[in-house]
Write a protein that binds this ligand. Structure first.
Ligand code: F6P
Ligand code: MN
Length: 444
């Protein structure tokens, strides 16, 4: 029978050089140093805006982030949150739960000896705490610049993609069923490979899309390890055919990274509307800056605004359309604090029943990115062949699909031998972002 060996701890099972360990030991300090540097560079802006108080706040935020860097590098105990925020109690309760797992010893959960998913999320929540403890600069996003840079560096690819979308829009009426399906598959794959561009894997270093992604899709196909795109097509095209009975088809997209990846998701969302495969799209972003590049409401609006003001008329047409979808309620953006909490998704039903109920209204939910996959599967060391349905551990609000490039040592639902073969030929296949999946769960 399938077994789920254990939850990852940061140090891994047998090696102090596990991917999780290196993330905390090397990448996190690098990310924190970049955040500190960003605050430094905005010093005069803080002064202009808030006078001396702004300068003091900058110093305070920097000292809190330096303290955090020291704690994480020297494997100090994980300490509770002190600043009052929407989720402070939820987080502190979770910390107590982690403590309780250490049985009755006096041991405290520590940076290198706690589950990786928990420690990484905790780190980003602590970065946020450092900022909100430093008014009047408490709404400053230390990752904003990096996200904007990713967008600007990907502009050529974004332009090509938006032009492709507009061309498609003009020919859509003439497309046969099969051609429409092909176009859908193309945009799904673009959204998949857009997930290569996250900034936490690269330690906050730039990771943008410089080539025209549409031309590379064929070459990338062999790297799709699980390909359930057909299921997505059957589900949505059936909804379309039965539209008279059910007037709404709702697709929910749990967003991941801003910049290029977000544009690929918006392009897909636009296509779903004008092809009539869906009638409403609901997006979920993060309420606080998260894993460097994740999308907040500010990023969502910023990207649409940037696209709208692009020089190319077809690109800016995309921005105008997207803004109108939001105004008309065809695109709905949701915030929920659960997404930046410590819990895996199987806990959502109890921890955030309102969010679970919201997701239940969808005909299909697309979960973008690697972190969402880790939270879907509880970041456990599942065997490669464990069915996705089983790894979801009771999380079934609606038919769902993970669209993710592999950047963490976890993958389920593979064919027997597939994972072992990859490990033999490419030891790092799980963590480089080279491979991708469309993994569906739901009735067929
Ligand atoms: O943006 P994504 O696809 O969720 O990727 C973030 C991933 O990068 C990492 O931070 C790399 O350390 C993983 O922990 C995480 O799963
Ligand atoms: Mn991300």
């Amino acid at each position: 029978m399938f077994t789920c060996r254990a939850v990852h701890s940061v140090t891994g099972f047998c090696s102090c050089r596990s991917f999780a360990y290196l993330t905390i030991k090397d990448r996190l300090p690098q990310i924190l140093t970049k955040a500190i540097d960003t605050l430094h560079r905005h010093k005069s802006e803080f002064f202009e805006k808030h006078g001396e108080k702004g300068m003091e706040a900058e110093k305070k935020a920097i000292s809190l982030l330096s303290k955090l860097r020291n704690e994480s590098q020297t494997d100090k105990p994980i300490i509770p949150f002190v600043e009052k925020f929407a989720d402070t109690d939820i987080w502190n309760q979770y910390l107590e739960y982690q403590q309780s797992l250490l049985n009755d010893t006096d041991e405290k959960p520590r940076w290198f000896y706690s589950p990786w998913l928990f420690v990484e999320c905790y780190a980003y929540r602590r970065i946020h705490e450092a900022v909100i403890q430093s008014p009047p600069i408490d709404d400053f996003d230390v990752f904003k610049e990096a996200k904007e840079q990713n967008f600007f560096e990907s502009l050529e690819s974004i332009t090509a993609l938006c032009i492709h979308l507009q061309e498609l829009m003009t020919t859509i009426e003439d497309l046969e069923e099969n051609q429409l399906k092909n176009e859908f598959f193309k945009l799904l794959q673009i959204s998949l490979w857009g997930n290569k561009c996250d900034l936490s894997l690269s330690g906050g270093e730039t990771s943008s899309q410089k080539t025209n992604i549409i031309n590379t899709l064929e070459d990338l196909k062999p790297f799709i390890l699980v390909n359930d795109m057909e299921h997505l097509w059957s589900l949505l095209s059936n909804c379309k055919k039965t539209r008279e009975k059910v007037s709404v088809t709702r697709v929910d997209i749990v967003l991941d990274n801003s910049g290029f990846e977000l544009v690929t998701d918006l392009v897909l969302a636009d296509f779903l509307l004008f092809s009539n495969l869906a009638t409403e799209i609901h997006f979920y972003g993060k309420m606080i800056p998260w894993f460097v590049s994740d999308t907040t409401i500010h990023d969502f609006n910023w990207v649409i605004e940037q696209v709208k003001h692009c020089d190319h008329k077809w690109v800016s047409k995309c921005g105008v359309d997207w803004e109108n979808y939001v105004k008309m309620g065809k695109w709905v953006y949701h915030d929920h604090i659960f997404w930046t909490g410590p819990h895996e998704f199987c806990a959502m039903f109890h921890v955030a029943p309102d969010l679970y109920a919201e997701l239940q209204k969808a005909h299909l939910i697309l979960f973008k990115g690697d972190l969402n996959y880790r939270k879907l599967t509880g970041d456990r060391k599942w065997e490669f062949t464990v069915p996705f349905h089983r790894a979801l551990n009771g999380f079934h609000p609606a038919p769902l699909c993970s669209i993710r490039t592999l950047k963490a040592e976890i993958q389920v639902g593979l064919r027997p031998g597939q994972g072992e073969q990859l490990t033999a030929s490419e030891p790092n296949w799980l963590t480089t972002g080279k491979y991708g999946i469309f993994q569906f769960d739901g009735p067929l």
